[in-house]
Write a protein that binds this ligand. Structure first.
Ligand code: SF4
Length: 362
């Protein structure tokens, strides 16, 4: 992204302080897509400009902002990145993406034009990251080939000192016959390990949630799953999208859904469908009446990409059998855990301290 585009994008957002699209008390400036720390000089300049402008304009986001990064962690310990962290420490969230054990991580994360995986270059930076951001979690994405490594990978991430593992299955139509059974087996092995080794006290995995696997009433639970259309994604050319998943480089079968640009602003007609999205309007009757609907996620971009027509009102359900498998393993996990806690007389103490981790989908 050229500096001029970044500056114009920031000016556009800050010039519209009172528009409904930006009427939030706080803001997250999220650097995602590609590896942000490759451009640390530009990002430092962008962040300095944001801070100066918030101050100069006496903007209500002054001191109510966060810079958020999803990084592969490879140059996390470089002098420039570390200086940036020191400078912005109080307003930073940084998530390093590490997928689990070396064989799991290196299945998908290979250096360009080589067969070398990046695991070793990432894992050496985990202790420094955890020291600086002990409450951050990592994001793991599961596709068909990854299923056999789920249990060992989550346990490995715990061993590395990462306390929160956000993990989810991809929404694309990649699942083979039998994947749901394999997935359930992996989650039950993981459940046994977490409970038998008392890891549930200090570690969390978003696969296991008490808020999952029940029917949902459209009158009471009708909100959209994600924030597509409630946020603004901006590409290197200065185009606006309802989420980065609607940019051309993220789409498989559809053309990009551009909702404006830094010169002309937001086109409300292009944004409007996103403002009326809810769960039941876009779901099939099977999903509306589903006995285990709670926690069954969707990605708005994948819904659009997989839809028969140019619409965001058609829910993709390739994940269906994986969600049902997850619900079965989840029931096993909570049954086993509560039985153990009852036997040990520790249920009340656990209930008072427990945290639930909502799966991140992107
Ligand atoms: S995708 Fe399947 S599991 Fe999810 S709500 Fe629809 S029917 Fe239920």
């Amino acid at each position: 992204m050229p500096w001029e585009v970044a500056k114009a994008a920031i000016d556009y957002v800050l010039d519209h302080e009172n528009s409904p699209e930006f009427a939030y008390e706080n803001v997250i400036w999220d650097f995602i897509g590609g590896e942000p720390f490759l451009e640390i000089d530009l990002i430092d300049k962008i962040c300095d400009y944001i801070k100066m402008e918030l101050f100069r304009r006496n903007h209500h986001w002054f001191n109510s902002y966060r810079f958020s990064f999803s990084t592969n962690g490879i140059n996390y310990d470089s002098e420039k990145v570390q200086n940036f962290i020191k400078k912005n420490r109080e307003h930073l969230s940084i998530g390093i993406t590490i997928d689990g054990t070396e064989r799991k991580h290196d299945m998908n994360r290979i250096y360009k034009h080589t067969e070398r995986g990046s695991y070793k270059d990432v894992v050496r930076n985990i202790p420094l990251w955890m020291k600086q951001f002990p409450d951050e979690g990592t994001k793991v994405t599961i596709s068909s080939a990854d299923i056999p490594y789920i249990c060992e990978s989550v346990l490995h991430l715990y061993d590395l000192g990462i306390h929160i593992v956000n993990i989810n299955c991809v929404f694309e139509h990649v699942w083979k016959d039998g994947d749901d059974k394999l997935f359930e087996d992996q989650l039950m092995q993981l459940a046994d390990a977490i409970i038998d080794r008392d890891l549930y006290k200090d570690y969390a995995c978003s696969f296991f949630s008490e808020n999952m696997g029940k029917p949902l009433d459209c009158k009471l639970h009708n909100q959209n799953w994600c924030g597509a259309g409630q946020m603004l994604a901006i590409d290197a050319a200065g185009n606006f999208y309802p989420c980065t998943r609607f940019a051309q480089y993220s789409l498989r079968d559809k053309e990009a859904w551009i909702i404006g640009n830094i010169h002309d602003g937001i086109d409300q007609n292009k944004l409007r469908p996103f403002l009326t999205l809810d769960r039941c309007t876009q779901s099939t009757p099977e999903c509306v009446n589903c006995e285990v609907a709670e926690g069954c996620a969707w990605c708005q971009g994948e819904n659009f990409d997989a839809a028969q027509t140019h619409t965001v009102f058609e829910r993709a359900t390739a994940i269906c059998k994986m969600h049902k498998a997850r619900v079965r393993a989840n029931n096993y996990y909570w049954n086993k855990l509560y039985r153990k806690l009852e036997l040990e007389g520790k249920r009340e103490e656990f209930e008072a301290n427990k945290k639930d981790v909502k799966p991140e989908i992107c």
